[in-house]
Write a protein that binds this ligand. Structure first.
Ligand SMILES: Cc1ncc(COP(=O)(O)O)c(C=O)c1O
Length: 391
């Protein structure tokens, strides 16, 4: 009986995706905290701030005003219009609200986008280092993620000619780009992004642009791929700039030709996105000034790290154009970033994510530090890392 159940309950091969190591670091940090240690958290990529008061007030009003039913699969129309309007306000672009799809975080957006654009077996390029779930979601859906190593000298971004070289070796069906990027915090200039998109589209490669860190740009304003082409699938989210990670809400800008497919997928996979989160998200657009204050806090944190880390001993990183990450080279100290991050947590009480999460090959030489925490945490981290590295 037991053997029969065991045979039945074999996990599928497609479910064998690697874990997200940052979660293991979080668990280890929590164990130390349970023993009374004070840990500076720089491992998880999420804002320390809560959702805006406008968003919370709208959610509270909705909770007390009646039942919260399903919404249309593509999202509440007024939210879709509000998102479309934000492209006019932020980028001077007219986007048809019919092309906006509300999703359960950008994570839900990726599933819809990949299913709508790719067949099982399709090869899809992703930059390494890069956000690990791109690769893992693709492989769970039966696609083949193709990691392309990028170099620090190229600000860790994928160039059109590199993409075409890979395409020439074995055809690609898609490519995922992100600017600002996780884990490096680097950005692509408008020209670099436009070149990549044109190379890809001329070769018949579908571009998916992850714009989740838009709004969090310090070097220069991030360019939306919608400015370059209306055939790109854009993925975005209320998680980062809007500080709404736990509300699980994001959006897609979908090329007209895919809208109905995405709608049918959403109807079947989710019915609709949580109504409360949609109502709160629409109200979050009313708090731009509060959001800009939070962004200034990140800017300050970034300065503290850029000035303080070299003196502390970590002197090799790019000055992070956007998002809230620094990707620091630790190869002077270790060629095993997982062991380095574990020791830094244990001995210095600073939690960071090992680069191997983002790049299985060269990530062993890097750690990612998230600076979305408090200013006090940043100064404390610099002090602790400094005294730890000095021994
Ligand atoms: C680059 C990038 N894309 C997507 C996500 C997923 O975010 P969410 O599903 O909360 O929108 C994250 C989360 O950290 C990320 O860093």
């Amino acid at each position: 009986m037991l053997d029969k159940a065991k045979a039945l309950l074999q996990p599928s091969r497609r479910s064998a995706v690697p874990p997200f190591m940052v979660m293991d670091v979080m668990a280890a940090a929590a164990r130390l905290e349970a023993q009374g240690r004070q840990i500076v958290h720089m491992e998880v990529g999420q804002p320390a701030a809560a959702a805006l008061s406008s968003a919370i007030a709208a959610a509270q009003a909705a909770l007390s005003s009646g039942p919260l039913g399903y919404t249309e699969a593509l999202g509440i129309p007024s939210l879709r219009h509000r998102i479309a309007r934000s492209y006019r306000e932020w980028h001077g672009l007219e986007i048809d609200p019919q092309r906006i799809v509300v999703t359960t975080g950008s994570s839900g957006g990726f599933i819809l986008a990949f299913l709508a654009a790719f067949e099982a077996g399709d090869r899809v390029a992703v930059a390494l280092p890069g956000y690990p779930p791109y690769r893992h979601i693709l492989s769970a859906l039966g696609c083949e993620p193709v990691g392309i190593e990028c170099a620090a000298e190229a600000r860790w971004s994928l160039a059109g000619e590199t993409l075409l070289r890979e395409h020439g070796a074995r055809p690609l069906k898609g490519v995922v780009v992100a600017s600002p990027a996780n884990p490096t915090g680097t950005m692509m200039s408008e020209k670099a992004l436009a070149d990549l998109i044109r190379c890809a589209e001329d070769a018949g490669i579908v571009v998916i642009s992850d714009e989740i860190y838009h709004g969090l740009d310090y070097a220069y304003p991030a360019t939306t791929a919608a400015r370059v082409s209306s055939d790109v699938i854009i993925v975005n989210s209320f998680s980062k700039y809007f500080c709404m990670t736990g509300w699980r809400i994001g959006w897609l800008v979908v090329p007209q030709a895919l809208v109905r497919s995405v709608e049918r997928l959403q109807q079947n996979l989710a019915i609709s996105v949580p109504t409360l989160s949609q109502i709160a998200a629409e109200a979050a657009f009313d708090g731009r000034a509060e959001l800009e204050d939070i962004k200034h806090g990140y800017q300050d944190n970034r300065r503290i790290l850029i000035e303080g880390l070299p003196e502390a001993g970590l002197n090799s990183f790019l000055p992070a154009d956007g998002a809230f990450y620094l990707y620091a080279d630790v190869s002077r100290f270790s060629s095993d970033s997982f062991a380095f991050a574990s020791r830094m947590l244990e001995e210095a009480g600073v939690a960071a994510t090992p680069g191997v999460d983002f790049d299985p090959i060269h990530g062993k030489n890097f750690i990612r530090l998230c600076y979305a925490g408090s200013r006090r945490d940043m100064t404390e981290a610099v002090t602790r890392i400094g005294s730890w590295l000095r021994g």
